[in-house]
Design a protein around this ligand. Structure first.
Ligand SMILES: [Zn+2]
Length: 363
């Protein structure tokens, strides 16, 4: 259950930011007041990434600016974010971030990313001890027990980057996390890269348990979402037929084939994410020709001014984004492209995606 008091506080915080954004832009010109932006939930925000502490490939370029990132997200009416965890230690850090006062709009996942599977074997006590530690976090911090954890993940398989962890290292780690999702009645936050056959061979036998079916005491329980979807139309159809949702970010919209695939995803199975600080929409992507469809009056909130990371701490640049570092406020850019592909109104698309997200994660 979500504490209604904290939910109300989070919403009023977002509303205050919106009001401030509206009044500051309307006072600077005689243009009509901007339309209030639709509400979004960013289901994939990697807020623990070093880039939000000013660190890029191990080198420090600027002071931490996560609070400014969150403030820009709230101005863009991102009413909630699901912070992605990729390991046991990240799961602990995510929970602690989401538990900070003023961050009631943040939720998180608990789990182990396939590329981090190697660390499971190295963990004292191996797979069993690692999963027991995740289990403990889920018991203590699951949303069912009043905590901030809304999914198990991100988990799955990644055969594009086998130099991090081999297929044989990844599979048992993925399988063990299905046990956790079933035990804690939480949806899966799934990652699949060039591994669909093995991915489905692991998921399918557990599907009925994962869906919770009639035995589940939690009506909002659903099997989960394939995040950062980059696979083919055929693979999407396989995931959809099994009941999974599809989540879209800039990396899902790079090529013409991908645009055609996403256009074919039914609205009632779509979710939106940024995968920030990664997966921005780029001028070289097929999505570029549809960019800005959300309307120019929202450009400032979805595409705020950005500076190079070297210049971030220069006076006057405090409120600016960093070039090539994605942020949750940019979710409106993703939504604009997807709305165009679906022939839907941006607000209608945002509402459907928010509803899908709340249903799956029980928000
Ligand atoms: Zn991923």
């Amino acid at each position: 259950m979500i504490n209604p008091r904290t939910a109300a506080r989070a919403q009023s915080g977002a509303a205050n930011d919106l009001a401030a954004a509206a009044s500051s832009s309307s006072s600077s010109s005689s243009a009509p007041a901007p339309r209030p932006p639709p509400a979004y939930i960013d289901i994939g925000a990697n807020l623990l990434d070093g880039m939000y502490r000013g660190k890029y490939q191990g080198k420090k370029y600027h002071e931490p600016d996560l609070d400014a990132v969150l403030s820009r997200a709230r101005k863009a009416n991102v009413v909630a974010q699901i912070v992605t965890s990729g390991s046991l230690s990240e799961s602990r850090q995510s929970i602690s971030l989401c538990s900070q006062p003023g961050k009631e709009d943040l939720y998180c996942t608990v789990g182990c990313h396939p590329t981090r599977s190697k660390e499971v074997a190295k963990h004292p006590g191996g797979l069993k001890a690692y999963m027991a530690a995740l289990d403990e976090l889920l018991t203590e911090h699951s949303k069912h027990n009043g905590g901030r954890v809304v999914a198990v993940g991100e988990c799955g398989l990644d055969y594009d980057r086998l130099f991090f962890s081999t297929e044989e290292e990844q599979k048992p780690v993925f399988e063990a996390q299905l046990d956790l999702a079933i035990k804690h009645r939480l949806p899966l936050f799934l990652h699949n890269r060039n591994s669909t056959n093995d991915f489905l061979a692991i998921l399918e036998p557990r599907l009925e348990e994962l869906k919770g079916m009639a035995a589940s005491p939690t009506p909002a329980h659903r099997a989960g979402v394939v995040h950062s979807f980059t696979d083919s139309r055929e693979e999407m159809d396989r995931f959809l037929s099994l009941g999974f949702y599809i989540s879209v970010n800039g990396c899902s919209l790079k090529t013409e084939d991908q645009l055609t695939t996403i256009a074919a995803c039914p609205l009632d199975r779509l979710m939106l994410e940024t995968d920030a600080p990664w997966c921005s929409l780029k001028a070289s992507h097929a999505s570029a020709k549809h960019k800005g469809h959300y309307g120019q009056d929202w450009k400032d909130i979805y595409e705020p001014a950005a500076v190079k990371r070297e210049k971030k701490d220069v006076a006057g640049n405090e409120g600016k984004m960093v070039k090539d570092r994605n942020e949750p406020c940019a979710i409106g850019q993703v939504s604009g492209v997807v709305a165009r592909l679906k022939g839907a109104d941006v607000r209608q698309l945002a509402e459907v995606c928010e509803r899908n997200t709340r249903w799956v994660f029980g928000l």
